[in-house]
Write a new protein. Structure first.
Length: 99
């Protein structure tokens, strides 16, 4: 599991997903407080739009048709944008970087 802490100065953080696998993935963005956001059927090679998430801890869970990468925990503070990239393995790996 990977944890990332960053600070900013706007209201929400936002996350987009890049799928570098050869098949579709489903993504759950699970904030510590608030509702889970499910992004389904992210096509191979696709990059999603940014999704707003509340400030605080957010777990990024990726589901694939095969072996799932480990969940990633992101401690996102105000106003930052992040990209979570899912790369082939074995097993697949999700990395997060600040944009």
């Amino acid at each position: 599991m990977l944890a990332l802490v960053l600070a900013g100065c706007s209201s929400n953080s936002s996350i987009r997903i890049v799928n570098n696998l050869s098949g579709k993935i489903n993504v759950s963005l699970q904030p510590a407080a608030g509702s889970t956001l499910n992004v389904k059927d992210v096509s191979a090679g696709a990059t999603t739009t940014y999704y707003d998430v509340p400030e605080g801890n957010v777990r990024i869970h990726i589901s694939t048709s095969g072996t799932n990468p480990a969940d990633v925990d992101l401690a996102a503070l105000k106003g930052k944008k992040f990209t979570a990239t899912v790369n082939p393995g074995p097993p697949p790996v999700t990395t997060v970087q600040q944009d």
